[in-house]
Each structure stands twice: as C-alpha cells, then as structure tokens.
Design a protein around this ligand. Structure first.
Ligand code: PA5
Length: 460
C-alpha cells in the first residue's frame, strides 16, 4: 500500500440522494482555481505583505510551513526552529515527570490529537520506562473547570513538572487564568526554576510575551506570522508538545509536505483535498446535506476528529453558512448515533476515517470448552477482522439506505499519516471556504461571548 492517504468517493455516487460524476467534473475547474488561490495567490500576497482589505485576515502561511521547517532544519540543524524545538523538548523531558500544556482552541487541540494518535493508549498511566522516559502530558487552560484544575494541581504535587503555555494573542482569559494558577504552584514546587520550566509559545508583543520576558524564560517560541490558531498544529504550537511526548515531528512534517505536493500537482479527480471538498460541497449544494459526521474507526483518532470539528466550525460557520461537524468513534457510536445516521433526516454525510494497521499483536478470540456465549463460531478470528466486518457492514447498510459516504484511508496512526491528515483537512477547509465565498480565517463571532463575559466581570 502506498503511504499516501486515499479518499474514496464511491459511496457518494448515488442516483437519488448523492451526486453524479458529471457534477464533480463540472466543479473541477472551480476546485482547481480555489487550489491555485490557496497555493499561489494567497502565499504571494502574504510574501509581499500586501493583503487587500477584502482578504483580511489571511492566515494562509500554514501551507508553506512543512517544507520551510524541514528545509531550514536540513540547512541549520540545531539553529533551526525544529532544532530548537527538539533541544527544548529534550531539556523538558530530562527535568520533568509531567508537562502541563496550557492553551485553548487551536492552541491545544492539535497536540491532543497527536498524543492520542501517535502515543501508546493510556500513555500517562504507564510507568516511565514504558513511556520511553517521556513525561506525562496533561492539557489545561482549555476551560474554567475548578475541579479538573484542582485535581491536576494535586496530581502534580510531588512530581517534577514543567509548563508549556500556548496563546497566540497572549490574552485569552482561560489560558491566562490557568497560567497564573499553575505558575504559582510551579514556583512553590520548583523555586527559582521558572526560567527553564516555563516555555511559552506566543505572538510578539502580547501580554504573555511581556510576562515571559519579565520571568526570564530561557526559550520563547513564536506562533509564526500569517498562521491562525486552528491552522497552527504544524508550527511550534503542535510540534513542541509532540516532541515532548517523543513523537517524530520530522515525520509529521514530511507527511504534511507529501500532502502539499499532491495538492499542488494532482488534477481534481485524483487530488484527495479536492475530491473531498468537491463531494461535500456538491452534497451540500444539491442535497442540502449540511451535517458532516467524521466517523473515526479507531479510538486513537477521536481527538483528531475533534480537532477537525473546531477547524470546520470556526472557519466556515460564518454568514449563516458552513456545515455542522460531528465526530463519532466506531464501533462505540454505532450504539448511540448509528440509528440516526441510518434512518434520521437526510442531512448527513458520513466521512469515515480508517486505517488497516495496528501497532500491537493481534488479539484473537479464544475457544472455550463449554461455549456458554456461543462465541466459538468466531474462535480464531481477530479483533481487526471483527472491526473490518463492522465497517463493511455499516457502509453497506448506509449505501443501501441511500446515505452518502466518503472514506478517508490512512496508512496508520503514525506521525507521517497524521501529518497528511492535518494538512489535507486544513487545505480542504480553505478551499471549501473559497467555494462558499467566505473568508475561512478569523473568528469574529467568538468575540461576542468574550465581551459579555468581561462586562459581567467588570474588567477591561
Ligand atoms: O483558531 C483560533 O484562532 C482559535 O481557536 C484560537 O486558537 C483560540 O481562541 C485561542 O487563542 P489564543 O491562542 O490567542 O489564546
């Protein structure tokens, strides 16, 4: 099997409730024009520093990041951004049993997705040897949850720990409040070590930048210019936490660069990004299908699904447009959501995310002498075989009911595959936004709650 992610649209070519190949062919020109706008025009505008008002904000620099970071690493090694991330991660690993990643929205969802996909399940529960000497990783500053915060502070009490705090603006209240609370605890636990134990990732000139300087932080990483929060997973925002977990960040970027190459060079019909966008766009336009169920077939992909929920919702949920994302994990959610997907309103497309690969020994069903549960008929079959049967059975049932299905197949849950997945869906979101005629960057609607909250609290 090729290492490249594949998109299969056969579950969309349905006579009555799907779309036709002709419709896709008719859309191809617009898809390729939106691709060129993303890969050429936007990039050129950013490089020239001359973004016209109707295009602002333009956070399209995420497209260039994988190749730029890899090239820079090849040339400058330890002095490059990637080299510095790797050095800092090593220092954090050697001095910490635990790392607390503080951030919200795009500032943490990517690194949580990386941890779930690429690290051992139950990573934090394993003894340090099984974690390869890496620290446990916790995520906070992503809510205002008193009890969760207290519990984490208690857990950290007798450990050696560090903080990676991520906020592009440097002023997000949830993250700032968490930093104040965790920093006080850090200073108590490790007096005078904040300079090495607090690593900020932030934009230049914000409150967090200022605080980090005052505290004398040894390493401060930047969210690159022209990269928005939810498009930042392949910058230091996702890469530093990933490197702390021991994930191969070079492979993550190589996967993303491979996706860029396909995106740039393949015609719509063979281009995973454009195939996916073409199908979901046509389903929305022709069949009013505006609920997008990302149906992941491995627990390891749940947070990668939630990462896409945020990307899609915050990017395209504007001017009363944009599909509503939902993540389902199978087979778990076959017992909670499948009824609705099968027989509910015809407003959903099921987007399966699958991989055939497993990382551990196959579990096979043992024979049992008395066979009280009558499972001997399955004896010798493996868990992946059962999962495959559930997947095929679900797809068949959906197709027979005229429910559109798209399959995204990843080679595995490793860093290379995940890098492709991230880049594919970030590119897809931008192209889809361009087709809808809206700006996928920025999130003006989020300001309303912040303003109200500040008024209620009586703060500036
Ligand atoms: O995608 C986005 O830009 C947002 O989800 C932000 O990541 C989120 O609001 C956090 O912002 P900041 O990194 O400035 O704290």
């Amino acid at each position: 099997m090729s290492r490249l992610l594949r998109v299969e649209l056969s579950g969309c070519w349905l006579d009555k409730y799907g779309i036709t190949r002709e419709q896709f062919a008719d859309l191809s020109e617009r898809l390729e024009a939106a691709r060129d706008e993303t890969a050429l025009t936007d990039v050129a505008l950013l490089a020239a520093g001359d973004v016209p008002p109707e295009k602002q904000p333009l956070d399209g620099h995420f497209y260039l990041l994988p190749e730029q970071l890899l090239n820079d690493y090849q040339v400058s090694r330890a002095e490059s951004e990637l080299g510095k991330i790797l050095t800092t991660a090593k220092a954090i690993q050697s001095q910490s049993d635990a790392v607390v990643v503080l951030g919200i929205g795009g500032s943490y969802m990517g690194s949580r997705a990386i941890m779930e996909a690429c690290c051992e399940p139950f990573f934090n529960e394993w003894p340090v040897e099984q974690r390869g000497g890496r620290p446990r990783v916790y995520f906070e500053g992503n809510s205002l949850d008193n009890d969760a915060t207290q519990a984490l502070l208690s857990l950290l009490n007798d450990q050696r720990w560090s903080i990676v705090v991520i906020s592009k603006s440097g002023g997000t209240l949830e993250t700032a409040v968490a930093l104040r609370v965790f920093l006080e605890a850090l200073q108590e636990r490790h007096p005078d070590e904040q300079a090495s134990r607090l690593v900020p990732i932030t934009g230049q000139g914000g409150k967090l930048d200022e605080l980090s300087r005052q505290l004398g932080c040894e390493s401060i990483f930047r969210v690159p210019e022209g990269v928005g929060g939810r498009f930042s997973v392949l910058s230091s925002v996702g890469l530093l936490p990933a490197a702390c977990m021991g994930v191969d960040i070079v492979e993550l970027l190589r996967g993303a660069a491979a996706m860029n190459e396909t995106f740039r060079t393949s015609p719509a019909v063979d281009n995973p990004v454009l195939q996916y966008v073409g199908a979901v766009h046509l389903l929305e336009q022709h069949q009013k299908i505006d609920i997008r169920v990302l149906s992941v077939w491995s627990k390891a992909f749940e947070s990668a699904g939630l990462w896409y929920d945020q990307l899609l919702a915050e990017s395209l949920g504007k001017v009363e447009l944009g599909a509503t994302p939902v993540t389902a994990v199978n087979t778990r959610d076959l017992h909670s959501r499948a009824q609705q997907h099968q027989e509910g309103r015809r407003n959903k497309v099921i987007v399966n995310v699958t991989t055939d690969s497993i990382r551990t020994d196959r579990i096979t069903i043992p024979t049992q002498e008395t066979d009280p549960d009558e499972l001997n008929q399955l004896a010798g079959k493996s868990m992946p075989e059962l999962l495959q049967a559930a997947f095929q059975g679900t797809n068949k049932a959906l197709r027979e009911a005229g429910r559109p299905v798209i399959d995204i197949q990843l080679e595995s849950t490793d860093a290379f595959s995940l890098g492709q997945y991230f880049q594919m869906l970030m590119l897809a979101t931008v192209v889809e936004g361009r087709l809808l005629g809206l700006n996928p960057y920025g999130q003006p609607g989020v300001e309303a709650y912040k303003t109200n909250m500040k008024t209620i609290l009586g703060i500036e």
